[in-house]
Ligand binder design. Structure first.
Ligand code: NDP
Length: 248
């Protein structure tokens, strides 16, 4: 029997990048998968077919994590069709980079809404299912930037530092209900998020990274599926770095 067989896993932003790799890895471990997308409908349909090809069920939703209404509908429909959600991966996230003095209020607000209000909305909707089950795994995708800060990313750093604190605070609240809450903090990973970073900056990143390369989404997904598994039953409130050594 596969490690996550019989579990229902919701991944936010599962059509691309790290979320896509997580959805596929969770399916590989036997979980039924629900994931949402905002824009990537075609990619979502393609991933859904790949997931179903692994012998598990999959549902996709067009849902913006900043909309409580859309999130609540997604969680309800997932529970109705697949069963109660016991694994949640808060992955959806955005950047709007600019040095602080040039950063507009809109750039600040957009990043906080997706990266902080999003996990609030989804976790709030899913937690009652986990409490009823007496078992749950919440894994938040943070960033090493939440631990170190980064030039041009005050908005993003605030959200990832906030996610780390959210992880620890919520872990304390729900530990006795059989629910663990952890974060995974990736370093630079090759996805759409990093593809527009100038080549010269990526060269600097490689130089600063002891492993000398960017990570790939599957390396993050491996850490996430481990934290969802029974092997991680005594791990909660942790921020696990998957970063090639760029911050240690
Ligand atoms: P991508 O830009 O490749 O993908 C972002 C994902 O988030 C997409 O699936 C997108 O959906 C979804 N998304 C964005 N906004 C919303 C929204 N409002 N509602 C629903 N879904 C939304 O990013 P990555 O895969 O690189 O990043 C995933 C996570 O990992 C993020 O939280 C990011 O901060 C974090 N991270 C990434 C690092 C990297 O180097 N790549 C490093 C450290 C952390 P759609 O395609 O439908 O728009």
């Amino acid at each position: 029997m596969k490690e996550l067989q019989g579990k229902v896993c919701l991944v936010t932003g599962g059509a691309r990048g790290i979320g896509r790799a997580i959805a596929l890895a969770m399916a590989e471990s036997g979980a039924d998968i629900a994931f949402n997308y905002q824009q990537s409908r075609e990619r979502a349909e393609e991933i859904c077919r790949l997931i179903e090809g692994k012998g598990v069920r999959c549902r996709t939703f067009a849902a913006n994590v900043t909309s409580e209404e859309e999130v609540n509908r997604m969680v309800q429909e997932t529970s109705d069709s697949l069963g109660p959600i016991s694994i949640l991966v808060n992955n959806a996230g955005i950047t709007r980079d600019r040095t602080f003095m040039k950063m507009t209020r809109q750039m600040w607000d957009e990043v906080l809404e997706v990266n902080l209000d999003g996990p609030f909305n989804v976790t709030h909707a899913v937690l009652p299912c986990m409490i009823n089950l007496g078992w749950g795994r919440i894994i938040n995708i943070s960033s090493f930037v939440g631990l170190t800060g980064n030039f041009g990313q005050t908005n993003y750093a605030v959200t990832k530092g906030g996610i780390n604190s959210f992880t620890m605070a919520l872990a304390r609240e729900v530990a006795r209900k059989g629910i663990t809450v952890n974060a995974v903090a990736p370093g630079f990973i090759s996805t759409d998020m990093t593809k527009d970073v100038p080549a010269s900056v990526l060269d600097q990143v490689r130089a600063m990274t002891p492993m000398g390369r960017l990570g790939n989404p599957e390396e993050v997904a491996d850490a996430v599926t481990f934290l969802a598994s029974p092997r991680a039953s005594y791990i909660t409130g942790q921020v696990l770095s998957v970063n090639g050594g760029i911050y240690m």
